[in-house]
Design a protein. Structure first.
Length: 485
């Protein structure tokens, strides 16, 4: 029986890419903006239509009112006395718009008004003069204007009542405007704008997809590079193009890879150095313990040798841990320090290292941003190194000086100096040079000057080896003016 295994869907498979999310948000914003513009345009067009119709109705009714007050019957030359005659003459002299009806209404015998109209009329299918019931409602209405919804469309109307003289039947002048055509024009403009907006959205989709892909290309490179990174291969870097935020992201990612590469390299070097340097004392300890007999004197000697090797192993491990910490950003914690006081403190501590002619060479009278403990540690290590390579009575000078663009702290001895071939290797781990420069070389592991170098570089400075005037070696911590502050 075969059992099928279904691979569960991972979170990565369900995610929407940044490119798609950017495009969706862009389309959403553009769709809302275009819809708002289209709706606003439609509202403005309809408002303009309504305003134009209101002006037209007002103009027509005002012209009729003036005609009532000032007009005369061309037959008699006297003012009009009958509403019907007044309406006939006025309608003959007017020219209406294509969607406008000018009507004259007079009271009819059947209760519905008689209609007087112009020969120039709109289409018969939608003409208001054929709707006698609608005209009756307008004729009887107390309002002077209004809106009527009909199956053929909306009608805006305005009315001017005519008060008859004598026994003549009452009448009214009615202006009716069929707004459907004007509203259809506005609706067509709205649909056209929607169509243009749709085309714009499609173009935006294509352009946005291409632009988003181009902008996010470095991000995809970062993702692929991160996916391909392993502890064995930290050499990949992201090509940086341009000066935008994406380029800054690539630079930041590359800087992170540089730090990771240095950290892994330091870790590997720590393991290699520890394995290399600790192998010998472990072998010595094991050999002496295996060969140790029952003789108490032999046991005491073996214990002394083993203890000495264990102490040396402990010093090596502490020094290696210190060098490993040098890669951490908090290895150095600068704060304002008076160089004069720091130099004097180092001098006092160094004098206890051995019987030498200790001299406080010079003191820089200024303030600097330094980690006092680390600088003291480096200077004491240099002083210890000078003691190991000199004999009692020889001069060792300690001092500091303030130069134009840097400060220097130094330890100068009058020993045999450093061989030229050793000068390039003595700052490396476990390297003590091919030739010892003094007669009292200690049994150190060769990590002291490496620690001094790490402390100097932690202050963004360097350590230099110079010749002492008259013979000897001078080790100088050089801290640039812009870096140490």
């Amino acid at each position: 029986m075969t059992t099928s295994v279904t691979t569960p869907l991972t979170r990565t498979d369900r995610r929407i890419s940044a490119r798609v999310r950017i495009l969706l948000w862009l389309l959403l914003v553009m769709a809302v903006a275009l819809a708002a513009v289209a709706m606003t345009t439609r509202s403005i067009l309809l408002r303009d239509v309504d305003h134009r119709i209101s002006q037209l109705l007002t103009q027509e009714t005002r012209e009729f009112a003036n005609f009532v007050d000032q007009g005369v019957d061309p037959r008699t030359g006297a003012p009009f006395t009958e509403p019907r005659r007044l309406l006939q003459v006025f309608l003959q002299r007017q020219y209406s718009d294509p969607d406008e009806e000018l009507l004259g209404l007079t009271a009819g015998a059947d209760g519905r008004p008689d209609v007087l109209r112009q020969p120039r009329d709109i289409a018969e299918a939608s003409a208001l003069h054929r709707d006698r019931e609608a005209l009756a409602r307008i004729f009887a209405a107390g309002a002077s204007s209004g809106t009527m919804e009909r199956p053929q469309g909306q009608v805006r109307w305005a009315k001017v009542p005519i008060d008859p003289a004598g026994e003549a039947a009452p009448g009214a002048f009615v202006v009716a405007f069929h707004a459907g055509h004007e509203q259809a024009i506005a609706a067509e403009a709205f649909r056209t704008q929607l169509a243009i907006s749709g085309v714009a959205l499609l173009m935006t989709t294509g352009i946005g997809w291409a632009v988003a892909g181009r902008i996010l290309a470095p991000v995809r490179l970062v993702r692929r590079a991160a996916a391909q990174l392993t502890e064995q291969d930290l050499t990949r870097r992201i090509p940086v193009r341009g000066r935008d935020d994406i380029a800054l992201l690539a630079e930041t990612f590359n800087a992170m890879l540089d730090r990771l590469e240095r950290a892994f390299a330091a870790q590997r070097q720590f393991v290699d150095d520890a394995g290399h340097e600790l192998r010998t004392p472990i072998t010595i300890v094991r050999g002496h313990l295996e060969l140790m007999g029952d003789d108490p004197a032999e046991q005491r000697e073996t214990i002394r040798l083993v203890t000495d090797e264990l102490d040396r192993m402990s010093r090596i491990v502490e020094d290696l841990l210190l060098l490993a910490k040098a890669e951490r950003p908090d290895f150095v914690r600068p704060e304002p320090v008076q160089l004069g006081e720091l130099t004097a403190d180092v001098f006092v501590k160094a004098r206890a290292l051995g019987e030498r002619a200790w001299v406080l060479d010079g003191v820089a009278d200024r303030e600097a941003e330094l980690d006092a403990q680390r600088i003291t540690q480096a200077m004491v290590q240099l002083a210890q190194n000078a003691v190991q390579h000199t004999v009692p009575g020889q001069r060792i000078g300690i001092g500091s000086r303030d130069l134009d663009d840097r400060i220097e702290l130094y330890v100068a001895d009058t020993g045999p100096g450093v061989q030229v071939e050793d000068a390039t290797v003595i700052f490396e781990r476990f390297r003590r040079g091919t030739a010892r420069r003094g007669t009292r070389s200690g049994g150190g592991a060769g990590l002291g000057l490496s620690i001094v170098k790490a402390i100097a570089e932690g202050h963004r400075g360097r350590v230099e080896l110079r010749r002492t005037e008259g013979g000897g070696a001078t080790f100088v911590l050089v801290l640039e003016e812009g870096d140490e502050r």
